[in-house]
Write a protein that binds this ligand. Structure first.
Ligand code: C2E
Ligand code: MG
Ligand code: MG
Length: 722
């Protein structure tokens, strides 16, 4: 029993003494309450009783018979002295009357009948009549000696005395004997026997009860007490050592039960401590990388901060790191690769940072690092640079594939950027967000201005809500053309926010690039998007009614895909406006596919199923996976304007633009270029056989009236824009 500690052992020995005493003292009273003992005892009692009744039923008859033969002997002894042996022959009086009268008065003899032969005539009778029937054998004629007759009420016994029994008398005598005392004797015998029987049973029962109490009940109660203790506290049952001999059946059972209880307790303790370890691991460590998680990281920061006082102030850097475009890798290469990269990043960070640093995985593709600052380590920014270089130094080799990973990093310092460690980590996160916003692969140090920027965003969100209610949102239209023919093919709808102010103009435009991200984050994009789609389709339906062959392109952001039912909305608006579905094009950016590829494919397919066209906006800037491209129901690629803008002075951008056109055509897609500002841009695109164009060269986005005027006045010749 290796699991029972020695301390526990001493305790159980002391306990054993107490329990034994209580079990024993208890058992004497318990025994009379024990149902088991009563049952056993009752069974034994009934068995004894049954056996005794059996014995008694046999001995009662024996006792009666022996009393009757005693009575017979008594009668014989009384009669024999009266016999006159010489008085034989007929007419002789066998007994003297006075003597017989004396006999009947003084003895149990009540009457006599005298016969010379058994079948002969009665010589004489005295007192009460005594008769015994004789039986003759039918064939031999022999007479058989009759049985004595014992009356049914037991009051008399007629007995035949043969001449031989009477000591050679010359006749047979039948005597009627008073036997009333015989039954009384038998009854006395029964009473006595029953009394003995009861006394014996009581004695046996008592002895049995005591024996049961000692050998059975006491150990059973002890075992029950053990089991109660075990169920009350299965983890640490205080069970005393057994005082019972383990060599008998019950003592042996107790020993087995105790071993079981102790083993069970040991197992529970082991399982519990393993579970606690596991819980601690799950709560404070990241299962994928084995690094501490955000909670543990914060705890470490708090511990460090607590150690800081004015005598020995502590300074430490808090670095928040996010892997750039990790989501793209994850979505396109699969989670196995993503997980392996995260593990590799965690491992590299841990091994490249000094012992004094704590490296944690704080989010999906986020890591957090803290390190004490000293003269040797330099400033927090220096450490962040070191971290960025560690990630950048060489690609991560995963499943024999190289992945070049970049990171965005936010840095904050304790206590410079906050005396509360939580706040310092939050500030590092704010700085990280800034780094991501500024094009990733950068390091940003926290600055109080960031807070101001956050405040401004909140203000803008409040203003945007008001803008929706106060109709400050407008929809502008920018024409799109067929590049070869110069024909106007439609327009892209672009939202505008006219915010009134106290200026001379009475207000100013806020760029969608500024408020659309806020609308997306807050979910406001859903009602805004609904309004845009409705307004754009109204305009296009009007063109349709006027017989103009023009379509409308509407921007749809990813949030609308996930936060609303864009398919149902489009279907509803198409029905209500009567717009032919082919006259509506929805522009989505590649970021739409990042969140949930299969959902994006399904939604696009449903939209396409309505007959609506799909274009990929800003193509070339996001993370494009060619294999996905084939799965999506796409009609048009929209080359991002940055490539067009730089195509003429940057061969790389020109090559990208060219490649996108070829790619689109090889996939049977139309390719439209936006940001066409000059005739040189136009010439380049014409040479590359791009299909369609849109840009300031032709028209800036304008309100619906100006657009309609433009479309009506346009002569279909690009040279008019020269
Ligand atoms: P986008 O969809 O790529 O729209 C094209 C942007 O390029 C527009 O900017 C447009 O004014 C601008 N642009 C067009 N031609 C030229 C050109 O020749 N030179 C230059 N420099 N720019 C040109 P805008 O209107 O500021 O919109 C910016 C972005 O805001 C849009 O990019 C789109 O992503 C988003 N956006 C605009 N309206 C909506 C909308 O209704 N819903 C959603 N979800 N997003 C919208
Ligand atoms: Mg667009
Ligand atoms: Mg675009």
């Amino acid at each position: 029993m290796s699991w029972a500690g020695s301390k526990e052992r001493t305790a159980t020995k002391k306990d054993a003494a107490i329990t034994r005493r209580s079990a024993i003292s208890g058992s004497s009273t318990q025994i009379w309450k024990s149902r088991l003992s009563w049952r056993i005892t009752l069974a034994v009692f009934l068995t004894i009783l049954t056996v005794q009744i059996g014995i008694m039923s046999v001995t009662i008859e024996n006792s009666r018979q022996s009393q009757l033969s005693q009575l017979t002997e008594e009668g014989r002894a009384a009669i024999v002295p009266l016999i006159h042996k010489n008085r034989v022959g007929t007419g002789v009086v066998p007994f003297e009357d006075e003597k017989v009268t004396e006999l009947t008065n003084l003895t149990r003899v009540q009457g006599l009948a005298v016969y010379t032969t058994l079948d002969g005539l009665m010589l004489r009778s005295y007192g009460q009549p005594a008769i015994i029937g004789v039986e003759r054998d039918q064939t031999t004629g022999a007479i058989s000696l009759p049985n004595n007759y014992y009356s049914t009420d037991g009051s008399f016994y007629d007995v035949l005395f043969t001449p031989k029994m009477l000591g050679g008398a010359p006749y047979y005598v039948i005597a009627k004997l008073d036997s009333t005392h015989v039954e009384k004797g038998v009854n006395d015998y029964i009473e006595q026997t029953i009394l003995i029987m009861l006394l014996m049973s009581a004695f046996v029962t008592t002895v049995l009860m005591i024996a049961l109490g000692h050998w059975l009940l006491e150990p059973i109660l002890f075992m029950r007490d053990n089991l109660i203790r075990a169920s009350d506290n299965p983890e640490n049952p205080k069970i005393p050592d057994s005082p019972f001999d383990p060599n008998d059946e019950i003592g042996g059972s107790i020993e087995i039960a105790q071993n079981l209880i102790r083993q069970n307790a040991h197992n529970i303790r082991q399982i519990k401590s393993a579970a606690q370890d596991q819980i601690h691991k799950l709560a404070y460590y990241d299962t994928l990388t084995g690094l501490p998680n955000r909670i543990m990281f914060l705890q470490t920061l708090n511990d460090k901060a607590r150690n800081s006082d004015s005598e020995s102030p502590v300074r430490f850097a808090v670095i928040a790191l996010d892997l750039d475009h990790f989501k793209d890798v994850n979505d396109s290469m699969g989670h196995n690769i993503g997980d392996a990269i995260l593990r590799a990043v965690g491992k590299r960070l841990r091994s490249s940072m000094p012992e004094s640093a704590v490296v944690a995985r704080s989010g999906e593709d986020e890591f957090a690092i803290t390190m004490p600052l000293s003269r040797e380590t330099g400033q927090a920014k220096d450490i962040a640079e070191r971290v960025a270089n560690v990630i950048r130094a060489e690609p991560f080799k995963v499943f024999n594939e190289n992945f070049q990973i970049r990171s965005s990093i936010g840095v904050a310092t304790f206590p410079d950027d906050g005396t509360d460690p939580d706040q310092v980590l939050k500030n590092a996160d704010i700085a990280l967000n800034r780094a991501k916003e500024e094009g990733r692969d950068t390091i940003k140090e926290y600055s109080e201005d960031f807070d101001r920027a956050v405040q401004q965003r909140f203000q803008m969100l409040r203003d945007l809500r008001d803008a929706m209610e106060q109709d400050q949102l407008l929809l502008f239209f920018q024409p799109q053309f067929d590049l070869k023919s110069g024909r106007i093919i439609g327009a892209e709808a672009l939202i505008r926010w006219w915010k009134p102010d106290n200026s001379k103009e009475g207000g100013h435009f806020i760029s969608p690039a500024d408020f659309i991200p806020i609308a997306e984050q807050s979910g406001l994009i859903v009602p805004i998007g609904e309004w845009v789609l409705q307004t754009a389709c109204n305009a296009a339906a009007k063109w349709q009614q006027e017989g103009r062959d023009m379509r409308i392109a509407v921007n749809v952001s990813g949030a609308q895909f996930y936060k609303s039912d864009i398919v149902a909305l489009t279907d509803k608006i198409l029905r209500e406006t009567g717009l032919e579905p082919r006259r509506l094009e929805l522009e989505v950016t590649e970021s739409v596919f990042m969140e949930d590829v299969s959902h994006a494919i399904q939604t696009l397919q449903n939209l396409h199923g309505l007959g609506v066209e799909i274009a990929i906006d800003d193509f070339g800037t996001g993370y494009s996976s060619l294999s996905y491209l084939r799965q999506f129901p796409i009609d048009r690629l929209k080359i991002d304007q940055s490539f067009i803008r730089n195509a003429l002075n940057n061969p790389d951008d020109a090559a990208i633009a060219r490649t996108i056109v070829r790619l689109g055509h090889s996939l049977n897609l139309k390719v439209i270029a936006e940001g066409v500002e000059t005739s040189e841009h136009e010439a380049f695109l014409l040479a590359e056989e791009c299909d369609e164009v849109q840009g300031f060269r032709y028209s800036k986005p304008v309100n619906i009236d100006d657009f309609n005027a433009f479309a009506a006045g346009y002569n279909g010749d690009f040279s008019s824009f020269n």
